[in-house]
Ligand binder design. Structure first.
Ligand code: BTN
Length: 330
């Protein structure tokens, strides 16, 4: 029988995950966790039977070499280094959309930071009514319930906050990611991740925000629908080796929490600065579809509210929503 999450087996796993590529001696683990050496060994054997590959060397101890590529609570929870995000995790094999379930639980009182993850989505949704390709066993589809202390007019800032976390998680995974306004994460000009933000609010109060994040982690070229080939990519395509999904999910949630905390404490200014540094939009000639009308110009800046400033002809346009096509750098 697997031990419940939070049992000593999960503590051993968390300890090994924390040590990353280093060996940790059985003595150190037993001392730190207050377990006998025999109990540590029993947990290592049990973790191996659950698919974790743990190297053991007599003089050096244990090292976590590989984790099973599943996205259940048992895999993700021990790797989490957050205070709120993902502390309550709803993991499912299949859902129409993680954001639909997240909105439902938010309506029923879910706490700030509850997260929904699915291995596969049958009706994954993208921005502007598009579908989000969500094959099983490959990628990451998650939605986070937030209850921010923000006026509704500022809720759109959270989308840009999330794009920083996704971009940084991709960079930590070793790919040179950048952000296309407002929140597409690209590698080599191809989209690897998208963010869909939905909320319920009254004029002066946000009830909840659901941030839905899709990251193409291990999809191969042939996993993408025809129309996305050459336009979308995955981190595995970009870096030439697969990405452990549970590790990526835990790292992403930790980065998202850090950026949300900074945004709450320091305001939008730090987010704006960080976004500019990661932008692949600013300084480019762009075409923007604003309410069905195409406008071409130079993407000049992100303003204090998160809108894109595009110089077109003699005038500076403030774009608050729309799709950007990158034409060429200036
Ligand atoms: C975009 O169009 O770029 C946004 C894509 C967002 C996809 C994610 S996958 C998890 C969550 N569930 C959904 O149905 N959509 C979001």
């Amino acid at each position: 029988m697997p031990e419940p999450v939070g049992g000593s087996e999960e503590l051993v796993l968390a300890f090994l995950a924390e040590a990353a590529d280093d060996f940790v001696s059985g003595e150190v683990i037993s001392g730190k966790l207050g377990l006998s050496r025999a109990a540590v060994w029993k947990h290592v054997r049990s973790l191996r039977s659950r698919g974790y590959r743990i190297d053991a060397l007599p003089a050096r101890g244990y090292r976590l070499a590989e984790i099973p590529d599943r996205l259940g609570s048992l895999e993700v929870k021990p790797l989490l280094n957050t205070h709120d995000l993902g502390q309550v995790l709803h993991c499912r094999e299949q859902l129409p959309s993680t954001s639909d379930l997240a909105k439902e639980i938010a309506e029923h009182g879910a706490a700030h930071g509850e997260v929904v993850i699915a291995d596969r989505q049958t009706a994954g949704r993208g921005r502007r009514g598009r579908a989000w390709s969500s094959p099983p066993g490959k990628n990451l589809y998650l939605s986070v319930v937030l209850r921010p202390q923000l006026p509704p007019q500022r809720a759109s800032e959270l989308t840009l906050v999330a794009s920083l976390a996704v971009c940084d998680a991709c960079r930590q995974a070793g790919v040179d990611a950048g952000i296309k306004w407002p929140n597409d994460v690209l590698v080599g000009g191809r989209k690897v991740a998208g963010i869909l933000t939905e909320l319920a609010a009254e004029p002066d109060e946000v009830h909840w925000v659901v941030i839905g994040i899709g990251v193409n982690l291990n999809a191969a070229e042939e996993d993408f629908p025809e129309e996305l080939r050459g336009v979308a990519a995955s981190l595995a395509i970009a870096r030439g080796q697969p990405v452990p999904r549970a590790l990526f999910a835990a790292a992403l949630l930790a980065l998202l929490e850090q950026w949300l905390d900074r945004h709450a404490e320091e305001g939008f200014g730090v987010v704006r600065e960080a976004w500019r540094e990661r932008s692949v939009t600013l300084g480019h000639d762009v075409r923007v579809d604003v309410d069905g009308v195409d406008v071409e110009g130079v993407a000049e800046d992100l303003d204090q509210t998160g809108a894109l400033l595009v110089r077109s002809g003699g005038s500076l346009m403030r774009v608050v929503a729309g799709d950007v096509v990158l034409l060429r750098p200036r």
